[in-house]
Design a protein around this ligand. Structure first.
Ligand code: SAM
Ligand code: SF4
Length: 344
């Protein structure tokens, strides 16, 4: 059994603990698989999205998130697809804000491509969101258009301005892509740090079929980090955000630089999180196929008991970690679903 409590019918307040003793305190909730961009490492150009009728309603998403909060979740990250393109998404932020006010939830945050931030930044701040992640892989307009297939960099930069004006702290996340942004990395770090934003690089992960070969995209962060040493002095930092990034402080800028290295240095040991999709499917690990359906127990009863049982059973199966491989001989993605299904 996964719960701290040894009783057959544990109190709903009992935290969810996995078989390796890791308490699940962080959920990432993908509220839509749709997006207004088609980043080449994330999606194929021609994506089949879920029919809208399969999606949990915003009320159901609120109930599901609240059930996790009741069972010890302290941090919720809303993601996607692009979360801010889901219609009426602000009602979910507003309703989840009550858990921040009560103190049950410590952080409500979002990962966004920034395209809708100019519209929503103020409202996000009003809902109690304090820090957000904005994904941005290049500062060059033409390169931005090619990596996102049709995104407009100016709109994202406008969104970042609006978010800073609204008082939101921003972390810029860039996927490190071979031959695409490695030369630009020092410039991006300086730009982010001058604006008071942290910056994190992510290794590309083999999730879902895309049009290009992963091996041609994959840039190990050990390599990028070595290249950055020609430009910066990287000092060890103990900074932690509850996520998988490991941080250094850049002496020349004073800013934080994070590395998310699922391939070169797997971060599963301290994993405290699970992912819920917009259809109510719970993935216990980003890099494994095993999943649990939470939509059926959610809809089966107005009581949360069936849902709690399903959550407990799922967490009892949380695996130790993923086993991502990117090389010339491994043709298949580690898992068939795209990052836009489970969210980043
Ligand atoms: N649309 C939002 C955005 O781009 O920030 C949220 C969802 S997106 C799937 C979350 C993060 O996953 C982004 O930072 C994106 O760059 C990253 N991502 C997508 N596919 C990836 C992959 N195959 N490997 C590594 N990171 C990936
Ligand atoms: Fe959309 Fe984010 Fe995937 Fe880019 S990374 S296609 S913005 S979901």
């Amino acid at each position: 059994m996964i719960l701290r409590s040894e009783t057959a019918s544990p109190s709903p307040a009992a935290p969810l603990i996995d078989p390796f003793g890791r308490a699940i305190s962080y959920i990432r909730v993908s509220v839509t698989d749709r997006c207004d961009f088609r980043c080449v490492y994330c999606m194929s150009e021609d994506m089949n999205f879920l029919p809208k009728r399969d999606l949990l309603t915003l009320e159901e998403l609120d109930r599901l998130c609240s059930a996790f909060v009741a069972r010890g979740t302290k941090k919720i990250r809303i993601t996607g697809g692009e979360p801010l393109v889901r219609r009426d998404i602000m009602t979910l932020f507003h309703s989840l804000g009550r858990h921040l006010e009560s103190g049950a939830l410590e952080e409500l945050t979002v990962t966004t491509n920034g395209s809708q931030l100019a519209k929503y930044a103020k409202e996000l701040a009003a809902c109690g969101v304090k820090r957000i992640n904005v994904s941005l892989d290049t500062l060059d307009q033409d390169k931005f258009r090619s990596i996102t297939r049709w995104g407009d960099l100016a709109k994202v930069l406008e969104g970042i301005d609006a978010a800073q004006q609204a008082g939101l702290s921003i972390k810029i996340n860039a996927v490190a892509l071979k031959g695409f942004n490695e030369d630009e990395a020092p410039q991006m770090i300086r730009w982010a740090h001058e604006r008071g934003m942290d910056m994190t690089f992510i290794e590309v992960m083999p999730l879902g079929e895309i049009d290009d070969a992963r091996v041609d995209q994959y840039l190990p962060l050990t390599q990028l980090r070595a290249q950055l040493l020609d430009h910066f002095t990287l000092e060890e930092s103990s900074h932690k955000t509850g996520g998988p990034a490991r941080y250094t402080r850049v002496k020349e800028t004073g800013g934080l630089l994070g590395f998310i290295t699922p391939l070169t240095h797997n971060f599963c040991e301290g994993c405290n999180r699970v992912r819920v999709t917009c259809t109510g499917t719970l993935y216990m690990c980003l890099g494994q196929e095993d999943a649990a359906d939470l939509r059926a127990p959610l809809r089966a009863s107005e009581s949360n008991e069936p849902l709690f049982r399903a959550m407990e059973e799922a967490i009892a199966r949380k695996p130790k970690g993923h086993d991502f491989v990117i090389d010339r001989t491994t043709r298949m993605p580690a898992v068939g679903r795209h990052m836009s299904v489970t969210g980043g």
